[in-house]
Design a protein. Sequence first.
Length: 360
Amino acid sequence: MSLSQFNIQYFRNIASAQLQPGSGLNLIYGQNGSGKTSILEAIYFLGMGRSFRSHLAQRVICNEQEQLTLFARLQVHDTQHKVGVRRFRNGDTDVKIDGEKIKRLSILAETLPIQLITPESFSLLFEGPKARRQFIDWGAFHSDPMFYPQWMNVRRVLKQRNQLLRDGVNYQQIAYWDREFVRYSEAVTAIRNHYVDSLNGLLKGIIREFLPQADIRVSFTRGWDSKTPLAELLEAQYSRDVVMGFTVSGPHKADLRLRVGNLPAQDALSRGQLKLLVCALRIAQGKLLKQQQDKDSIYLVDDLPSELDAKHRQLLLQQLSETGAQVFVTAIDPAAIADSLNTPPERIFRVEQGSVTVIE
Ligand SMILES: Nc1ncnc2c1ncn2[C@@H]1O[C@H](COP(=O)(O)OP(=O)(O)OP(=O)(O)O)[C@@H](O)[C@H]1O
């Protein structure tokens, strides 16, 4: 799967751009502030319906414009799809796939699996469990169609339960919700657990290439004590949950543990090594999706050269190209990428003050 055409209108500093990306490696280069990251952000916005840089979608609309429009032709095996996203300043979003309006953004995410690697990707490793849980859930979402509805059930019941806790109702009134919560939580946990197991198989090989010296172990923690059934725990922790005003244990606390020997990965690895570990995780996810669903991901790698030496830049580009996926990488200096490749990028784009030109 790849974008064969990508049109941007009024996204950040890009008033208008039409790109015909190659199905392999695409290099986007330009000075600071030229708009390189904005192109990646626009592709991400097309696939996810939101930005990875701002929670406020209005911020990505070009100043003094009322709306942004993104349009892509998507080549999936022998079929071409048209995907369009329009975002208005008042917060409304229109999404069309093959001319038909869609309501749920999850359909967009299903159509366009996107893997993002930015200089801030380290947050996957240290900024609390949320980013790590999102990482697991990206894979669970794409690998099992039951994940999303079950996870929505967990969130719905959890919200209800937390409200009852804050209302201070007695345990009998909560017990009904707990039975529901346990049922959905176990379904979600089984899918996540299975997913991390499958991922680990692929991850080992990639980590061996990137970080051959480090004894890295990746494991899944489900969000509650591994020896106690959730139903028992919820009942036992009821009084504490009332005091806290929310449910302390459950799949909303699941996590991915990344350890090097006996230490958390972030305490044992350098910044460059952490970046490689995040890349290994993302590449393994993309490869697993390809194996399980015959679906390609699109890789967006912002500022690829930063924090990597020439040898590791080369290794990363090689691993990315082995996925067979469409890859967009940005760099300030194109030589930093070109020098690490045996063959030139399939397409090179130069960005200057929001205007994009293709370099032959
Ligand atoms: N809503 C907006 N409307 C117009 N311009 C904007 C908007 N939001 C951001 N910009 C500008 O767009 C430019 C593009 O920034 P972007 O982060 O894409 O550049 P970059 O090439 O990735 O830079 P760097 O190499 O520093 O990361 C910035 O100069 C920014 O001030």
